[in-house]
Design a protein around this ligand. Structure first.
Ligand code: FCB
Length: 459
């Protein structure tokens, strides 16, 4: 037996029987066929040169035309669930207009999953805001949350009976701070106050979307945050606390009904006042969710002097942070510069369970970009297998400690367009040749498949 098979056996035996294993993708990163939908902020950002290697939405993984092949890959992987996102500009190209062709695509995708006995896990918003809405002010526009609720309503009306898990948003911290407080991501606003206003509007949109989902009787409605553990020596406690506040606590405080903390208002007082926040909105945002998804990749390690560069580790992303602090990811790191440190997944789960008690948790994304080499038609990505093994161990450890963790989704099913990094950073468990669109499962895909096969044969 190969080493990866032994490890798969070990993990399969430790996994609770009803635990969900899946993989994840997002619409803009894989779909292609941008001409068959309206434009999004990521198309504009790519046109404006915001993507390092010049990639655009096309062809990406040409998933719109090849989704049956991708569904077959999911079948082969024997996953329990598949997390995907819906492209807002594909479904609602303008105002309240609904595109039947756009909805039909997701209809076929969802039916294809169900036919293969795979649970559909749908994310309503994974960053591809229609350009038309950005022109109105995007996530800083006061009307955006109502528009998002209408879009959510369209999806809920159509898919409530068939989708197993619903997420309103993917990583609102990234939308707000990479897209609005800085210009690392689309729409590239670069204004700290806008970052905070966008954060609040995103959460308000979550609240209104949840209401729309509930009134259409969807099953399992939740949301997805990118949470992590902030590590530093004690002399950096003030900076650590502020970064923890913006990265983790702000979102969990709102969901848990604790509202805006005094620390937030104090630390951001030179950037904005929060007078626009309304009590009834805070109540709406804190309506109970059925589950919370955590996207976890790396800890955030702080020190007085900066270490190596890591994508998304930048003080400008945490407006209000005391200046004498820097990011210092330690080796080993992935191609994103992200420190590989599985114990921080466990502490992140512990911390989140304490901050949002009583809510079942899922790891909705976890994975790494590594320098994959195609040799004789194979990719033996041992580094990625190690990454998954260590992180799944940490996840199972959390369950042993009594944390209500229900599932794990590997990021990503396919190599895809990694946002501003383009196609140069490969996160897939399946290799994609972007010229020919050939898909080749990597060793990591075989590893995850093996876990699923063994688990299913044990049931
Ligand atoms: C997360 C995103 C996902 C992917 C991974 C690497 O922040 O949700 O789309 O880009 O990072």
């Amino acid at each position: 037996m190969f080493h990866h098979q032994q490890r798969a056996r070990e993990l399969a035996q430790l996994t609770p029987p009803d635990f969900i294993f899946g993989t994840a993708t997002s619409s803009w990163q894989i779909e292609g066929s941008s001409k068959t939908r309206a434009s999004s902020i990521w198309d504009d950002f790519s046109l404006a040169g915001g993507i390092k290697d010049g990639s655009s939405a096309d062809p990406a993984c040409d998933h719109i035309n090849r989704f049956e092949t991708d569904l077959d890959l999911l079948s082969w992987l024997n996953v329990d669930a598949y997390r995907f996102s819906v492209s807002w500009p594909r479904v609602m190209p303008s105002g309240d207009l609904v595109s039947t062709a756009g909805l039909d695509f997701y209809d076929r995708l969802i039916d294809g999953l169900l036919a293969r006995n795979i649970k559909p896990a749908l994310t309503i918003y994974h960053w591809d805001l229609p350009s038309e809405l950005e022109a109105k002010g995007g996530w800083t526009w006061s009307g955006i949350s109502d528009q998002f609720a209408r879009y959510s309503e369209v999806l809920a009306t159509k898919f409530a009976d068939r989708v197993e898990m619903w997420a309103t948003l993917n990583e609102p911290w990234v939308s707000a701070f990479l897209g609005y407080a800085t210009n690392i991501h689309a729409p590239g606003r670069n204004n700290p106050a806008d970052g905070f206003v966008a954060s609040y509007n995103l959460m308000l949109a979550h609240g209104k979307s949840l209401e729309a989902l509930r009134s259409n009787n969807v099953r399992n409605a939740g949301t997805v945050l990118n949470l992590t553990t902030i590590i530093s020596d004690d002399d950096l406690a003030v900076a650590r606390s502020h970064i923890d506040l913006l990265q983790n606590r702000f979102w969990l405080d709102l969901l848990a009904g604790r509202g805006l903390s005094d620390e937030l208002i104090e630390n951001t007082k030179s950037i904005l006042d929060w007078n626009f926040v309304r009590h009834d909105e805070l109540k709406l945002i804190s309506k109970p969710i059925d589950w919370l998804g955590i996207n976890y990749y790396t800890p955030t390690r702080l020190s007085r002097v900066s270490g190596s560069v890591a994508v998304g580790q930048d003080l400008a992303l945490y407006p209000g942070t005391p200046k004498q602090v820097a990011f210092n990811p330690l080796p080993p790191t992935t191609q994103m510069g992200w420190e590989i440190h599985a114990p921080s997944l466990l502490t992140t789960l512990q911390q989140t369970a304490a901050r949002l008690p009583g809510v079942p948790l899922y790891i909705t994304e976890n994975g790494g970009a590594f320098p994959d080499e195609l040799i004789d038609g194979h990719i033996t990505d041992y580094d990625r297998v190690d990454y998954f093994y260590d992180h799944i161990c940490a996840a199972l450890n959390a369950i042993e400690q009594g944390i209500d963790l229900r599932g794990y989704f590997a990021w990503s099913l396919l190599d895809n367009v990694e946002w501003a990094e383009g196609i140069s950073k490969r996160f897939g468990i399946v290799y994609v040749d972007f010229e020919t669109q050939q898909r080749i499962p990597k060793l990591s895909a075989q590893f995850l498949r093996e876990i699923n096969l063994i688990r299913k044969s044990n049931l």
